[in-house]
Design a protein around this ligand. Structure first.
Ligand code: KG4
Ligand code: ZN
Length: 355
């Protein structure tokens, strides 16, 4: 089994992990949330600078933790690493570049093979990540539907085996997390929006007092669209006078319900279409416990199963999930052929391997 050092700088977390197979031996995440918070969203140029400032330190820290685990002298640490993995895309071009450059540099200095990883593959494999003790143990049950719900993506992907992806539907505009973030901004709740909205909705028992639309549920396909939902909130707020705290809670809860209902309706449609009842769900939004409950109920209804990332750091961006996806790739020798032409791809789609 290969030991891999992996790097993710796709958005606003600088993260480095050391993994062996499914096990995470060390994982460090430096979040830039405080830097971007006051701008109400991620500012690419600030993200790039923060990645550049932190990347070496985060690598050092990840190596140090790994060294403490395997008890090896500092000078020999790279002999205990087999390959370097990096997120190639999708993500912010200038942010991705920081990780890519560093990964290439390390691979060249220490003569390691490079493993390219798609950020979405990482989120898909976040529920596959184990701790040092090999927990949780469950395997993915194929065929399954992998659902990624994050700040940048909303996708339903069919998987018939490991690393085999068939995108059944994705968003044509905003992602689900982005919709929650924008709604929170309109309601004056700050950034990121998902966690605040989850809390406010819980405080009113996830009640739906205003019926926002369920975009594209009649489209007959599995595509999503969330930008209209945001517009309908805009008009709802514009027509009302100032909202009381209680009303803000109710609007937040109603909005969340519209977003989650749409995701669940499309997932249900995908399950019906494909006859697949095993689900794997990843991405920042699945930190939401109410959404987890809804997915569990759906899987149960179809006699299937649902797997989520079990450790809380795995829902957001992290290099551990990149490393675990890279581990599967390294087993199949899916390395970068030529590192000179290996470049970031900000709009990278899920790869189609013929394994
Ligand atoms: O996966 P992630 O960290 O970054 C991307 O790759 O996009 O996802 C971030 C998104 C944000 O939109 C954030 O509001 C949302 O995940 N999020 C949540 C929760 N925690 C984070 N959404 C709903 N409920 C939460 N508890
Ligand atoms: Zn992500």
């Amino acid at each position: 089994m290969k030991t891999i050092l992996s790097i993710d700088t796709s958005c606003d977390e600088t993260s480095v992990a050391i993994t062996r197979g499914r096990r995470v031996l060390s994982n460090v995440i430096y979040s830039q949330i405080l830097i971007h918070k006051k701008w109400g969203g991620v500012v690419p140029s600030l993200a790039k600078r923060a990645h550049e400032e932190r990347i070496d330190m985060v690598i050092e820290e990840a190596l140090k933790k790994y060294r403490q685990y395997i008890h090896i002298p500092e000078a020999e640490i790279w002999s205990a690493i087999d390959a370097v993995a990096v997120t190639q895309g999708p993500g912010l071009a200038i942010a991705l570049e920081v990780g890519m450059r560093k990964a290439k540099e390390l691979a060249a200095i220490y003569s390691k093979r490079l493993v390219p990883v798609n950020h979405l593959e990482g989120h898909i494999y976040s529920a596959y990540v184990q701790n040092r003790n090999g927990k949780p143990e469950g395997e993915y049950l194929f065929p399954c539907l992998a659902i990624v719900i994050s700040g940048g993506h909303t996708e339903i992907v069919r998987m018939d085996k490991h690393l085999s992806y068939d995108v059944l539907g994705e968003t044509i505009d905003d992602a689900a997390g982005e919709a929650l973030d924008k709604a929170a901004k309109m309601l004056g709740l700050g950034y990121p929006g998902g966690p605040v909205i989850e809390r406010l909705a819980r405080e009113v028992g996830n009640r739906e007092t205003h019926k926002f639309p369920r975009p594209m549920i009649g489209s007959g396909d599995l595509r999503f669209s969330f930008s209209g939902l945001k517009t309908s909130l805009y008009y709802y707020l514009k027509n009302g006078t100032g909202l009381s705290r209680e009303q803000i809670r109710e609007v937040a809860s109603s909005f969340q319900e519209a977003v989650f209902d749409t995701i669940l309706l499309k997932t249900r449609a995908a399950m019906r279409q494909t006859g697949i009842s095993h689900l794997v769900v990843g991405g920042g939004v699945i930190a939401n416990l109410y959404l987890r409950r809804r997915f569990r109920a759906l899987a149960k209804e179809y006699g299937g199963s649902v797997q989520f990332p079990v450790f809380s750091y795995l829902t957001g961006d992290n290099a551990a999930m990149i490393g675990v996806a890279a581990g599967l790739k390294a087993e199949r020798a899916l390395y970068v052929e030529n590192s000179d032409t290996f470049d970031r791809v900000p709009r990278l789609s899920l790869p189609k391997y013929h394994l």
